[in-house]
Design a protein around this ligand. Structure first.
Ligand SMILES: Nc1ncnc2c1ncn2[C@@H]1O[C@H](COP(=O)(O)OP(=O)(O)OP(=O)(O)O)[C@@H](O)[C@H]1O
Length: 284
């Protein structure tokens, strides 16, 4: 196994064909353009960050990259082929994701949750499964072994038999990542992986993502915690009102006055909204 690097490494080689390439991706909801002509790419071993104020279109863009939405226009290529428009096929192609709100099977154990992720790679048909034939039993054993390895990888071996709903919040987030990894992805998308975490859990999440990168996976992450994003990512794209504002290294993005303005501007608007609500009273 490769030695784990727990810091940003030298930038990965981006001279080859990107693993994922989004070209002019646009997503409209009626009259609202949630994502507007976005170009974006990610290479194997690269960690990309997606930032932007609330409502900038980050999750909608993620949904376009994972087959949940078919873009209104534009194209997403993954591993040399057009991304299939169905989430299940996207997973089989090698793209896995986690969601902003945790979506575990609450009444299943940690181990069972990870095993579920693995089933997209098994091939036993309904009959073999019902009869519990040799092929089924072999696949079931391999699935369990791989799930145990992944729980160990994310640091959850000790709680493998605990129900997901009884795990602390940070562990539930790591479990979601283990389940996503069980699908054998080449690209992992994380939607606000540290939301609600304390600083210690956030640092743990950072280390885990570096470990995943060190296995050769590409990672794209949405996050509002700028320290996390700028520590972690090789490149960062800032979206504002669905449009790409800046794409560059963390150093370039964090010092770009347009990015600072986009965030401060949103803060000022939020204050205006609060002042307006105060004038109208709580029942308005
Ligand atoms: N299914 C939908 N139907 C209609 N409008 C939508 C839909 N999904 C998102 N939107 C709108 O698209 C815009 C972008 O939303 P999106 O959730 O992608 O932003 P975001 O950057 O992820 O925000 P946040 O940081 O708050 O999660 C918003 O104006 C939102 O209201």
């Amino acid at each position: 196994m490769t030695e784990t690097t727990t810091t940003r490494s030298d930038p990965p080689d981006t001279s080859g064909t990107p693993l994922l390439q989004a070209s002019q991706v646009t997503m409209r909801f009626g009259g609202l353009v949630a994502v507007d002509s976005v170009d974006f790419d990610v290479h194997p071993g690269e960690i990309m960050g997606l930032i932007g104020p609330n409502g900038a279109g980050k999750t909608t863009f993620f949904n376009c990259l994972t087959g949940l939405y078919r873009p209104t226009s534009g194209q997403v290529m993954f591993n040399g082929a057009i991304l299939p428009p169905k989430p299940r096929k996207v997973v089989q192609a090698g793209v896995a994701r986690t969601f902003q709100n945790i979506r575990l099977f609450a009444n299943m154990t940690a181990l069972e949750n990870v095993m579920v992720g693995r089933y997209c790679r098994t091939s036993s048909g309904p009959l073999t499964s019902i009869l519990r034939g040799p092929k089924f039993r072999r696949e079931e054993r391999q699935t369990r072994e791989r799930a145990e390895e992944l729980l160990d990888f994310v640091g959850l071996s000790k709680v493998s038999d605990n129900l997901a709903r009884n795990l602390p919040y940070g562990d539930q987030r790591r479990l979601e990542i283990a389940r996503a990894l069980a699908t054998d992805p080449k690209l992992l998308l994380l939607d606000e992986p540290t939301a609600g975490m304390n600083p210690q859990e956030t640092r743990q999440a950072e280390r885990l993502i570096f470990k995943i990168r060190d296995q050769g996976l590409a990672v794209i992450t949405i996050e509002h915690d700028m320290r996390f994003i700028f520590n972690l990512c090789d490149r960062v794209l800032c979206l504002v009102q669905g449009r790409p504002l800046v794409l560059g290294t963390p150093e370039q993005v964090q010092s770009d006055p347009r990015v600072i303005e986009a965030y401060i501007g949103t803060g000022a608007e939020a204050e205006e909204d609060t002042a307006e609500q105060d004038k109208e009273g709580p029942d308005a």
